[in-house]
Design a binder for this molecule. Structure first.
Ligand code: SF4
Length: 387
């Protein structure tokens, strides 16, 4: 963990995106490896002031294009805590015309009062962690809600005036059949949403699900079955008018997540909170994931304990290639002669790009370089070669 000097940023030069992490969840899902902590009154009461101390790094009046409250479950905070946080952020920044302010929520944590609070303070997009509409799948994932909670949350959010709603869906859960996934997609598409994120279940080290797999208590889907389900998701969402614009994301035109586009385009952003990443003045930082450390003293620094890395031109360029290729639009090779210290040819002088094109996983179209449909399915392998 490092403590670095504070970069000087003012409201005109500061990043125009802000991520705020609220780590609390009522119960931990079996597959989760995010920076989370169980909700309890004392921890939440101590956490919000620390978050606000970190917020002071954001220049007063900084004009934000996007704000994202993620977690954890931001809506696990009680109403006074949520209001304190929303009001502090709102007071600190200016919102640019056409701004996007997203808040993640779990279905069981959405109440009429919290939906109203979010809307009143400027949140205009909610990302709901539905994951599935099948009780058997929700149970396999260790989720703490039922499908009815999702419908109720959607109704409450719409009644509070939210027009931009996105759902998270998970597929390839242990034992999940293609027919169950199809039923999830029927239910989801009937909701006529403008945006969906759909993730293949992964078994992260240290999670309960990974331990259960090691003990033989759950059987993961094999890679072929995962691929079949990924294709089902893509085909069904495309048929419902949701374009596949990023490896795991689908949207109607103009409804893409503007905040996540900042990450995929390699742009800078503030990030505050437990385990939060930030990219400010060319330095990437990742805050401690240990709640006692985050809640403790920071030795007068504007950052909690963190790891920091300032990328050199070549590493930065490679990172931009990999992040940009996550998007179906891909990258414009001409961008790499401008800000990255060299052209794409110089970066991959051993012919990596040509070889991936010859293998049919990359293609050049409309002066852009992007993954092919096959490349999307093999994206992890392609990125390993490009890193
Ligand atoms: S709700 Fe999300 S952040 Fe919380 S434990 Fe489940 S997966 Fe993790």
């Amino acid at each position: 963990m490092a403590t670095m000097s504070t970069p000087t940023l003012d409201a005109t030069t500061a990043p125009t995106s802000l991520y705020v992490h609220v780590p609390f969840c009522i119960r931990r899902c079996a597959y989760c490896d995010f920076a989370t902590a169980p909700y309890d009154d004392a921890s939440a009461k101590a956490y919000v002031p620390r978050l606000l101390a970190e917020l002071e790094r954001v220049p007063t009046g900084a004009a934000m294009r996007t704000v994202f409250f993620g977690g954890g479950t931001p809506t696990a905070l009680n109403e006074p805590e949520l209001e304190q946080l929303l009001a502090a952020v709102r007071d600190r920044i200016r919102l640019q015309p056409g701004f996007e302010w997203t808040c993640e929520a779990n279905p069981e944590s959405v109440t009429p009062a919290k939906a109203r609070l979010l809307r009143e303070h400027g949140v205009n997009r909610v990302s709901l962690g539905a994951q599935s509409f099948q009780l058997s799948v929700l149970s396999a994932l260790g989720r703490d809600h039922s499908p009815d909670h999702v419908f109720r949350a959607l109704d409450l959010l719409r009644a509070a005036g939210f027009e931009r709603l996105t759902l998270d869906l998970m597929f390839a859960a242990p034992g999940e059949t293609n027919a169950e996934l199809e039923r999830d997609l029927d239910t989801l598409t009937a909701q006529q949403l403008d945006h969906v994120s759909a993730y293949c279940l992964t078994y992260e080290p240290g999670t309960p699900l990974t331990r259960m797999r090691a003990e033989g208590r759950v059987t993961p889907q094999d890679e072929d079955a995962e691929l079949v389900q990924y294709r089902i998701v893509r085909e069904r969402l495309a048929a419902a008018g949701l374009a596949h614009y990023e490896i795991s994301n689908y949207a109607r035109e103009g409804q893409e997540s503007r905040h996540n586009l900042v990450y995929w385009r390699g742009e800078e952003y503030f990030g505050i909170g437990l385990g939060a990443g930030s990219y400010e003045s060319g330095t990437r930082r990742t805050n401690t994931r240990l709640l006692p450390e985050y809640l403790g003293e920071w030795g007068g620094a504007p950052f909690p304990p963190h790891e920091a890395e300032t990328l050199g031109a070549s590493a930065k360029a490679r990172e931009r290639v990999i992040l940009g290729l996550r998007l179906r639009a891909g990258i414009d090779p001409r961008d790499f002669t401008v800000g990255c210290g060299g052209s794409l040819e110089e970066l991959y002088r051993d012919g990596e790009i040509e070889s991936l094109i010859a293998r049919g996983v990359l293609e050049q179209a409309d002066r852009r370089l992007r993954l092919t449909a096959r490349g999307v399915e093999l994206a992890d392998e392609v990125f390993v070669e490009l890193v």
